[in-house]
Design a protein around this ligand. Structure first.
Ligand code: NDP
Ligand SMILES: CC(C)=CCC[C@@H](C)[C@H]1CC[C@H]2C3=C(CC[C@]12C)[C@@]1(C)CCC(=O)C[C@@H]1CC3
Length: 345
C-alpha cells in the first residue's frame, strides 16, 4: 500500500514553488528561471501588492502561456497577512517542494562617503565591497504588530510562514517520500557581530539589515536540526551585489549604471559583484536542482561571477552553534505564540 502511494506521488506530482517577493528583482528572475528549467513547475508568487503580482504573472505567462502561476497576497510585515496567505496556499497545494523566503527590505538614508574613500585605500577594501559594512546609514520603524520592520519583514514573517505551512512540507504533508526545501535569500551583509540574541529584533543597533540576515542564517541552521527528520531542509543563499529596486533605494539607478565598469573590474578580486538578477539568482536555482539531504546544513551557497560574466555557485561554512540557533528559535516561538494569542483568539 505504501509503495502504491509513493509511486502515485512520483507519477502525478508537478513540483510546486512558492516565492515571496516574486514580483521584482531576484525573486522575479528566479521565477523565470525555474519555469525555463521545468515548464511543468507550479508557481506561487507571494507578493504584498496584488497588482504588481498579477503584472509579474502576466509577464511570466508571455513566454510560457500554459504554465500554472498563481498570485497570493502576502505582506511579511504583518502576521495576519501571513496567516491569510498560508491558509490560501494550503487550500491550493497539498505539498510544497520549494519555499523561497526571498522578500526583503532595507531603508537606507545615506552612504558614508568619508568611510568609503578611507576604506578604498585600506586593507578592508574587499571586505567593504563584499559586505557594505559601515557604509550605509539605515533607519527602521515599528510595524502595526509592534515589531521592528526590518526584522519582521526579512525574518519573522518568513518564520511564521514556515510554521503555518508545516503540514504541506516534507513528509508532514502526508506524502511518505515528500521532500521540501526552504531557501532563504540571505546576504554577504550577514554579520555575526551585528546580531545580539538579547536584542534579536535589533531595536538598539544601527544595522538592522545585517542583523536580520545573520538571524536568517542562524534560523536556517536551527530549522535543519529540528526538521531534517521530516525531510524538510533549509539553506541560505547570498546573491552578491545585484542591481534591483533594493540597490536603487540606496543610490540612484544612473549611479549604478555609471559604476558598472568598476563593478566588472572588481570581479577580478570580488566575485560577489554579480550585478544582474540572472547572475544573482544562480545559487537559488542551483539549490532547487540538488538533493538537499546531501548538502551540509551549515553551508551557505553564494552566487558568484567570473570576470567573463559566467555565474557559478560557491560555498561558505557558517559554523553556527546549533544551541544558539535553538535558543533564537525558542524566542521566535514565544513571540509567535503571543501574536497568535492576540490575533487568533
Ligand atoms: N540586491 C542585492 O544586492 C541583494 C539582495 N539581497 C536580498 O535579496 C532579496 C530580494 O531583493 P531584491 O530582489 O534585491 O530587491 P527588490 O526590491 O527588487 O525585491 C524585493 C522584493 O521583496 C518584496 N517585499 C519587500 N517587503 C515586503 C513585505 N513586507 N512583504 C512581502 N514582500 C515584500 C518587494 O515587493 P515590492 O515590489 O512590493 O516592494 C519585492 O518583490 C531580499 O531579501 C534582499 O535582502 C541579498 C543580497 C544582495
Ligand atoms: C563606486 C561604488 C560602486 C560605490 C558604492 C558603494 C556602496 C554604496 C556599495 C559598496 C558595497 C555595496 C553592498 C551593498 C549596498 C551598496 C554597497 C554598500 C549591499 C549591502 C546591498 C544589500 C546586500 O544584501 C549586500 C550588499 C553588499 C555590498
Amino acid at each position: 500500500m505504501v509503495m502504491d502511494v509513493k509511486k502515485n506521488f512520483h507519477q502525478t506530482h508537478s513540483k510546486v514553488a512558492v516565492i515571496t517577493g516574486a514580483n521584482a528583482g531576484i525573486g522575479f528572475t528566479l521565477a523565470e528561471r525555474l519555469l525555463k528549467a521545468n515548464h511543468k513547475i507550479r508557481l506561487c508568487l507571494a507578493c504584498r501588492n496584488y497588482d504588481k503580482g498579477q503584472a509579474a504573472a502576466k509577464a511570466l505567462k508571455e513566454s510560457s502561456p500554459d504554465v500554472d502561476i498563481w498570485v497570493v497576497l502576502l505582506d511579511t510585515s504583518s502576521v495576519e497577512s501571513v496567516y491569510a496567505a498560508s491558509k490560501a496556499i494550503k487550500e491550493r497545494y497539498d505539498h510544497i517542494d520549494y519555499l523561497y523566503l526571498n522578500a526583503g527590505m532595507m531603508k537606507v538614508t545615506g552612504v558614508d562617503w568619508h568611510y568609503f574613500w578611507k576604506g578604498l585605500f585600506s586593507s578592508r577594501v574587499f571586505f567593504m565591497f563584499t559586505t557594505g559594512e559601515g557604509l550605509l546609514k539605515q533607519e527602521d520603524n515599528v510595524t502595526n504588530d509592534g515589531l521592528q520592520n526590518v526584522f519582521q519583514t526579512n525574518v519573522f514573517g518568513h518564520y511564521v510562514l514556515i510554521k503555518e505551512l508545516e503540514d504541506v512540507l516534507g513528509n508532514l504533508s502526508g506524502k511518505p517520500d515528500g521532500t521540501s526545501q526552504l531557501i532563504w535569500t540571505s546576504s554577504s551583509a550577514s554579520l555575526e557581530h551585528k546580531f545580539d540574541i538579547e536584542d534579536f529584533q535589533h531595536k538598539k543597533g544601527n544595522d538592522p539589515y545585517s542583523s536580520s540576515k545573520f538571524a536568517m542564517d542562524v534560523i536556517s541552521v536551527g530549522l535543519n536540526s529540528r526538521m531534517n527528520k521530516f525531510n524538510i531542509f533549509s539553506h541560505a543563499v547570498c546573491p552578491g551585489l545585484v542591481m534591483t529596486n533594493l540597490t536603487y533605494g540606496i543610490l540612484p539607478q544612473w549611479f549604478w549604471t555609471l559604476s558598472l565598469p568598476l563593478l566588472w573590474l572588481l570581479r577580478f578580486f570580488v566575485p560577489s559583484m554579480t550585478s544582474t538578477t540572472d547572475n544573482g539568482s544562480e545559487a537559488l536555482l542551483w539549490l532547487s536542482q540538488q538533493n538537499p539531504s546531501a548538502l551540509d546544513p551549515q553551508s551557505k551557497f553564494l552566487s558568484e561571477v567570473s570576470v567573463l560574466n559566467k555565474p557559478f555557485v560557491a560555498t561558505k561554512q557558517m559554523n553556527i552553534d546549533p544551541d544558539k540557533a535553538e535558543r533564537l528559535m525558542q524566542e521566535l516561538d514565544r513571540l509567535d505564540l503571543s501574536l497568535r494569542a492576540r490575533y487568533k483568539k
